[in-house]
Design a protein around this ligand. Structure first.
Ligand code: CUA
Length: 157
């Protein structure tokens, strides 16, 4: 009789523990999920750019009448897309990230100049009024091909 009661206590006790674990794991997973959603706004896994809807296809995308979003990937030793083509009279928000090491995304003759760090997305907006051609260069030493890491930005009529 006494043994039976002890067994019941143990059984209930272990049930409580199991439910406790499940609750902890569930809430832990939910918490992690929310954190990951938050993180994706500013950080990015460099090895997963090909699965990222922004950077799988580096491109310039029209989002408004004269508004564009440009998704730029820097890697040793090139920029994508290249050339970057932008219509004159537009406002462009650039989102740039790196596939490997630290580069910069610098458009010669403009104030577009940002470090491009693997794991982070650099964002900046610029207006392009007149047609023209600009050189895109890397200002951060990134390896043997650093001095040849160049691209072009065309502002087309
Ligand atoms: Cu890329 Cu220097």
């Amino acid at each position: 009789m006494n043994i039976h009661t002890y067994e019941k206590v143990w059984l209930i006790g272990s049930m409580v523990l199991i439910v406790g674990f499940i609750v902890t794991v569930t809430y832990g997973a939910v918490g992690l999920g929310i954190a990951m959603v938050d993180d994706s706004e500013e950080t990015i896994e460099p090895t997963e750019l090909d699965e990222d809807e922004r950077f799988a296809e580096p491109r310039v995308e029209q989002v408004g009448e004269d508004e564009y979003e440009a998704y730029v990937v820097a890697q040793t030793f090139m920029f994508s897309p290249d050339p970057i083509e932008i219509p004159a009279g537009s406002e462009v928000t650039f989102h740039a990230t790196s596939r490997d090491v630290i580069h910069s995304f610098s458009v010669a003759g403009t104030n577009i100049n940002t470090m491009v760090i693997p794991g982070e997305v650099a964002t900046m907006t610029a207006e392009f009024d007149e047609p023209g051609e600009y050189g895109v260069v890397c200002n951060e030493y990134c390896g043997s091909g650093h001095h040849n890491m160049e691209g072009e930005l065309h502002v087309v009529p």
